[in-house]
Structures are given as structure tokens and as C-alpha cells.
Design a protein around this ligand. Structure first.
Ligand SMILES: [Zn+2]
Length: 274
């Protein structure tokens, strides 16, 4: 932090911060509860207003999240994104050491899902169509992997859980096939989180949800008050979140970085400053 506006309290030049993505009106019931991304008037940093792909940016004080001592900017950036989303989602699901958790789609969001679920103590199985992503999941510490182009994922998950189905299934792919597999693979009284964005899919509520008493939630970022909790969790559990970064670029390489991102060459890319 280089400069602080008049009247800002609790922040000083020299503080190290990450920036929360959502700027809300500050007055509605969602903003007052810390869910600025649910505010009817919210603006997204980097989309609706200029964001962090620059040497300097201006952010509201309410969006400045202090980094604990020793936490790198790189880690802070991941926590405001995939890791924070997964922390909040898995807290909603109550994922614990008693649980088996299936993660569908092992891009950056799925990688964060695997790391958070392992840190919460769960047994984790990763499902993807790409061996390279499954290999990365193994390196992140998942207990089992399924390539769903070679194996029926639902059957594989049932076999892995003694025929019961998984306690929680988290879809990070947004693929209708995976979304349905998540619903089918979850055990009775289990839960499913949809995190991967998608426009439409067809499900069968009676068989997939109602008659299994399934709990289904949407996962999308985290309330701003949860920041300290997320940061402490990552430090206390010593979660190696930087492990799923595949590419690092300087801001001078932005053209190339965005081109490679568009071409889907990068999984998780970050800009870094010396
Ligand atoms: Zn608001």
C-alpha cells in the first residue's frame, strides 16, 4: 500500500494487502453482511473497474485485506480467488475428516478444491478428462484419480466408497456431464456443490436429489469477513497453494500472458512483480 485516502482508518502506507474483488454499495443487506458480490449494484474489480494488472491501482478501503506476516502476494492473490471460494463452499458443505469428497474438473478451481478438502481431512478423489490435470491432482495430494474418458466416473466413485457414493461432490468444470455425474455420485444425505460456471443443463430432480435428500449449494467467492479465517486456515494447515500456479509473467509480458490464456495453454497464471 503506497497511499491512503483521507479518513481511512486501520490501514497505513506500507501495509501489505490483497484486494477483495467486489465493490458494493455499502448499504444493502448483502453488503452489510459482507457479501458484496451479491449487492445489486456491485462492481467487479478488473471487469467493471480497473483492476490489478497494473503497477498501481486504487481500491476502496473496505476491499483491502491485510496479508498475514510471511504470506506472499502470490498466495494472497490465490486466496482471494479459488482458495477462498473453496474454503467458503466446503465450510457450507461441512467437509471434514469423516468425508469422501469427489472433485470434478481439476483446473485451478478444482486444484484449490482438492487442497482445501485434503486440509479439512477428507479423502479426496479427482475426476477429469485430461491425464495432465490428474497428474497435477496427484502431486497436490489427492487419494485417487479417475479419467472419465476411460472409466464410468459414477461407478468408479461408488466402487471407491464401498458402493455408497461420495459424501460430497464438488463440480468445478461446469460441464453438464460432470454436473450430472456429481449428482449421481453423491450418496443419500450427501451434498453437491456447483462451482464451475455453466449456462444450462438437464437434471432429474426426483432420482438425483429429492429421493436422496441431497443438499445442493452454489459456490461463488466468499464474504469479506471470512478473509482472516481463510488466511489463518492456509497458514495453520500449511497448504502449499502456490503449487497449482502453472505460469508466472511480468506485467510487461501481459500480451503474451493473455494470448496463452485465451489459447488455454495456461492453467493458473499470475502476474508477479520483482
Ligand atoms: Zn450493496
Amino acid at each position: 500500500m503506497v497511499e491512503v485516502g483521507n479518513g481511512v482508518k486501520g490501514l497505513e502506507p506500507g501495509d501489505r494487502v490483497a484486494v477483495y474483488l467486489a465493490i458494493g454499495c455499502g448499504h444493502c443487506s448483502y453488503c452489510l453482511r459482507g457479501y458484496m458480490h451479491l449487492c445489486p449494484q456491485w462492481k467487479c474489480v478488473g471487469f467493471d473497474v480497473d483492476g490489478g494488472d497494473a503497477d498501481y491501482m486504487v481500491a476502496p478501503a473496505a476491499c483491502c485485506l491485510k496479508l498475514p506476516d510471511g504470506m506472499s502476494y502470490e498466495t494472497g492473490a490465490l486466496l482471494t480467488d479459488n482458495v477462498g471460494t473453496q474454503y467458503h463452499t466446503q465450510k457450507m458443505l461441512g467437509v471434514s475428516g469423516q468425508d469422501s469428497v469427489a472433485v470434478f474438473g481439476l483446473g485451478p478451481m478444482g486444484s484449490a478444491a482438492a487442497l482445501v478438502a485434503k486440509a479439512r481431512g477428507a479423502r479426496v478423489i479427482a475426476v477429469d478428462v485430461l491425464d495432465s490435470r490428474l497428474q497435477m491432482a496427484k502431486e497436490l495430494g489427492v487419494d485417487a484419480i479417475v479419467n472419465s474418458t476411460l472409466q464410468d466416473a459414477v461407478q468408479a466413485l461408488r466402487d471407491w466408497t464401498y458402493g455408497e457414493g461420495v459424501d460430497a461432490a464438488i463440480d468445478c468444470s461446469g460441464s453438464p456431464i460432470a454436473q450430472n455425474a456429481a449428482l449421481d455420485a453423491a450418496r443419500k444425505l450427501g451434498s453437491v456443490a456447483f462451482v464451475g460456471e455453466s449456462r444450462s443443463t438437464t437434471i432429474n430432480p426426483s432420482d438425483q436429489m429429492i429421493r436422496k435428500l441431497l443438499r445442493v449449494v452454489g459456490g461463488w467467492h466468499f464474504p469479506v469477513w471470512e478473509w482472516e479465517e481463510i488466511a489463518r486456515f492456509v497458514i495453520d494447515q500449511n497448504i502449499p497453494v502456490n503449487q497449482y500456479i502453472t505460469h508466472r509473467f511480468s506485467i510487461e509480458q501481459a500480451d503474451e500472458a493473455f494470448r496463452l490464456f485465451d489459447e488455454r495453454v495456461t492453467d493458473k497464471a499470475v502476474f508477479v512483480w520483482e
